[in-house]
Design a binder for this molecule. Sequence first.
Ligand code: SAM
Length: 233
Amino acid sequence: MISKVKKITILSLFPKMVEDALSHSIIKRATDANLVNIEVVNFRDFSNNKHHNVDDVAYGGGPGMVLTCQPIVDAIRKFKTENSLVIILNPSGEPYIQAKAIELANNEKDLILICGHYEGFDERIFEYVDLEISLGDFVLTGGEIAALAITDSLVRLIPGVIKKASFEEESFMNGLLDHPSYTKPRDFEGHLVPETLFSGNHKKIAEWRHEAAYEKTLKKRPDLILKKTKGGN
Ligand SMILES: C[S@@+](CC[C@H](N)C(=O)[O-])C[C@H]1O[C@@H](n2cnc3c(N)ncnc32)[C@H](O)[C@@H]1O
């Protein structure tokens, strides 16, 4: 049970991009209600270079600019406490999955998320972080979208942000995809809502949903069923 407000500090060269995305809907309501405290910091402000540079050419040559150690390491030092988990966003990191979102939401650690840009980080920056996370096997222009995806996915799991029942049966929560959902009309261009959902029998509906979730997972993501059978998440 979380007893303190989780703090998420996002270090980015494009803070407005992050702030804008966080100023809507459920995440905004969660921050307004002080269920989470999110701070977005431009690590350029930590550059001790007189032009506030944060990048330089790569030793050995090559295209693109590399983020230098000093501004990022100084920003980490400023915000890190003994209760922080410092996470760097990078394609070479551990792939992000729902189980990690649950873990990050349910522990008492504050998070520092570091967004790279350009050609990426000077390799020595990895010495100063606790965890490296990737959003998936593709390359983004910067870590902002990854930081936003992580923030969004874990904030909605913080107690009080949305109803527990809303996410308990969601995709990946029990090793399956979510069950199919339907709303009005009952008949859309000949596509009918399954009869069981009108039965009023909650037990039968729950059984139908579980079965439908299983069938859907088997069809769309058989790898999840295999993992579940082997006892994974
Ligand atoms: C253009 S990328 C650098 C890619 C790097 N040269 C490589 O090939 O691995 C710039 C920044 O975007 C972020 N980024 C790109 N792809 C990402 C991913 N799949 N997951 C998390 N962050 C990513 C990282 O912060 C990275 O430093």
